[in-house]
Write a protein that binds this ligand. Sequence first.
Ligand code: AMP
Ligand code: ZN
Length: 474
Amino acid sequence: MQLSLYNTAARAKQPFESLNPGVVGLYCCGPTVYHFAHIGNLRTYVFEDLLRRALEAAGYSVKHVVNITDVGHLTSDADTGEDKMEKGARREGRSVWDIAEYYAQAFFKDWKALNLLEPTAWPKATDHIPEQIALIQDLEKKGYTYFVENDGVYFDTSKFPRYPDFAKLDIEGLQAGSRVAMADKRNPTDFALWKVSPSGAQRQMEWDSPWGRGFPGWHVECSAMAMKLLGETLDIHCGGTDHIRVHHTNEIAQSECSTGKPFARYWVHGGWLLEAPDDSGKGAGKMSKSAGEFVTLDVLIRQGYSAMDYRYFCLTAHYRNYLNFSYQGLDTARDSLRNLRKRTDPLIGKAAPANSGRAREWKSRFLEAVGDDLNFPQALGILNLMLKDPDLLEGERAGLVAAFDKLLGLGLTVAEAPVPQADLPEDLKPLLAERAAARAAKDWARSDAIRDQFKAAGFVIKDNKDGTAGWSAI
Ligand code: AMP
Ligand code: ZN
């Protein structure tokens, strides 16, 4: 199978070739575990899973690394603001370590539910502090850093002339526009490699370093872990397009200044999932955690969708395009998946070798679509057409479904598990009796408030004739 990928570094689609024959090192920026992943984040991991499956179909063995960011990601990209992890811990009144573990586990659950292939490694930033310190020391030795008193070690981007190239940054424009926000940085694009803990305030996560007690900047973790696990030059580095401008640009600067080698040969970025506009038609921006309200996979499941409905929804758009999220769109994806399963379920267990000329033709059409920069919307169309081809034997059709599903990952070769009815969260349980009492006392304001609280959590209250109340997922 021929595979071509759109390489952000070249702004062009290029045939893919690995550095070493037969093996691919694939690094994907992973979640910051201060909150649940939203379905926008998950769209990016679905696209990366499709890429991994395509690489495997092309015959490569893939070393796939997804990091867990559990320290150092600040609320502002300008290296000011708070560590997202410490902020998350305060929000929940728990330790940083607790919330890192809790949200990492929730993330792994989503990962499995979406049928994403297990990566080779899930390195955590906090397990790689010495590697990050060593990388910063190397950059310091080579003259790329400076120290800002009571603040930290910064990378001097003016010493890396190619810095603006990757994101096509307008450095002069940035310089003119950011005098105020620069604080003690020498250039607006300089970024923190190590932040010293503020004097008088003890952080929950901090380590000793040659520059004082503190914590690593966010970007340095990806360079340090990627190069440790995959070597100094990666085959492919992925993430969402939001990472091009700052995070990936900084990863390139610090890695290439340290090693003198290209950091990644292909940069492949996924487009954003956009929020549904509100009733007035406003607000269709990037789904983001900092915006407050966001949709998680769990919220979808509570409303009766399956994780595969969402995976199918992602497959309907090319990975580089924006995808508008709406429940209407998700309903359409669910209906399409149901229709597809009506054709594929009777084929389960009937797969036979699909070797006829006709079958081989379908297979090569399918692989051609996937190989063309992961054109999965087209590949889905080909699957649907193939299922209607009267010239294929049933066993061949079943064999092709199995082969195609290795790439689609929709679980079409096994009977679908029923969507589990979500259990009522503990905090809502006592409110059922309280609502019944409020209704008996004709306290409609309280009764409505409780109903709204249920609705926000994805449940609907059902009033019974005898005055008690039941519930179901929306
Ligand atoms: P984060 O946990 O915010 O560091 O993001 C994890 C991954 O999700 C990164 O690859 C981001 O680029 C990606 N991402 C964030 N928001 C969106 C979105 N709305 N749509 C698609 N991908 C996103
Ligand atoms: Zn990263």
